[in-house]
Design a protein around this ligand. Structure first.
Ligand code: DP6
Length: 325
């Protein structure tokens, strides 16, 4: 049969954040998380299992890379399919590589979908989510569109740590304005940073303990389409995450001066009556959450913030899917 398949997956941003693992080898998160999938940022990936290859190859935006955790995802697919062929993975992001925008989530979600199809195996969205999680936990959420929740689960094999759709994007459309304050690569990867946090931050146990109640509140606020509560909870999750980072030894300081200026700009807009809320991941970019009708006003305000280099606006995006080639 076919040994080649292509898939597209969209990036996502967590409103209730994940940080820390309960099993590093199986990449099982210590806490659940809730995210929105973004339409504006996606990865297209083609996987070809080829008898002529002696090792797996990974090409990202035209350049060959270390295979890294993509090799692990391919091994899991080969094991399940009972094949022993090496694969060529050719991946393109529709956003500039190294622009400090998340790419592992869309990348591993697209890889899971394409590799599974190329190997000729049937997989449910839940199985694809578990597979994508092995590459990067945030990728488990990008299997789904709109609003998605990734469960930490309890089982030692991690098979109950998968994402599920929470709400359709169309049921409650929101926009995200990304303010780019530094286009360089981040200094410390999420994987390395969260390992250091769980080993050294005195706040880490409190973070894990408070996560289930925070997730319950976030889930309820999303299902109620309550932007004020979603925004307040998202900012709290973001600031709690960055408190963990700041109290890690050595400290993880992902913000720059423009990051802080953009936070204040968002709070200023809100004080002026505009419902807009910020969130920030393991990097210096600020993502502003608002109603689609307010996105242009939010983008022009953030463009004026000193140190903000550009903004990108997105609506909510679709689930990962195969594409015909
Ligand atoms: C701050 O999913 O990139 O964006 O599982 O080690 O690949 P690995 O980490 P990753 O971490 C994401 C961290 C975050 C919060 C989130 O997306 O939930």
């Amino acid at each position: 049969g076919d040994t080649s398949a292509s898939a597209q997956a969209h990036s996502n941003i967590a409103l209730a954040k994940y940080w820390g693992k309960r099993d590093a080898a199986l990449n099982i998160p210590a806490v659940g998380s809730i995210s929105i999938t973004l339409d504006a940022l996606h990865t297209d990936t083609r996987v070809t299992f080829d008898a002529g290859l002696t090792k797996d190859e990974l090409w990202l935006d035209g350049r060959e890379q270390q295979v890294g955790r993509a090799g692990l995802v391919l091994d899991l697919v080969r094991e399940r399919a009972g094949i022993d062929l090496r694969a060529r993975v050719v991946s393109e992001n529709n956003f500039p590589t190294g622009a400090g925008l998340a790419s592992s989530a869309s990348g591993f979600a697209a890889l899971a979908v394409a590799a599974t199809a190329a190997a000729g195996i049937e997989a449910t969205p839940r199985e694809l989510s578990v597979l994508a999680r092995r590459g990067s936990a945030s990728a488990a959420r990008s299997i789904f569109g709109g609003y998605a929740e990734l469960h930490a689960g309890e089982s030692t094999d991690g098979n109950d740590s998968f994402a599920e759709p929470l709400l359709d994007g169309d049921a409650w459309p929101l926009s995200v304005v990304v303010a780019i304050t530094d286009p360089g690569q981040k200094a410390v990867s999420s994987t390395v940073g969260m390992q250091a946090t769980s080993a050294s931050s005195p706040f880490y146990p409190a973070w894990v303990e408070s996560a289930p109640a925070d997730l319950d509140r976030m889930r309820a606020a999303i299902l109620a389409h309550d932007l004020e509560t979603v925004g307040e909870l998202a900012e709290h999750s973001c600031l709690a995450l960055h408190s963990l980072m700041l109290t890690t030894r050595p400290a993880l300081i992902y913000w720059n001066a423009a990051t802080m200026s953009a936070i204040h700009a968002v709070r200023g807009l809100r004080a002026g009556g505009l419902p807009v809320y910020f969130t920030i991941d393991a990097g210096p970019q600020v993502k502003a959450l608002c109603l689609p009708a307010d996105a242009a006003a939010v983008a022009s305000a953030l463009t004026l913030v000193p140190g903000v280099q550009e903004t990108r606006t997105s609506v909510l995006g679709p689930a990962a899917h195969l594409v015909a080639v």
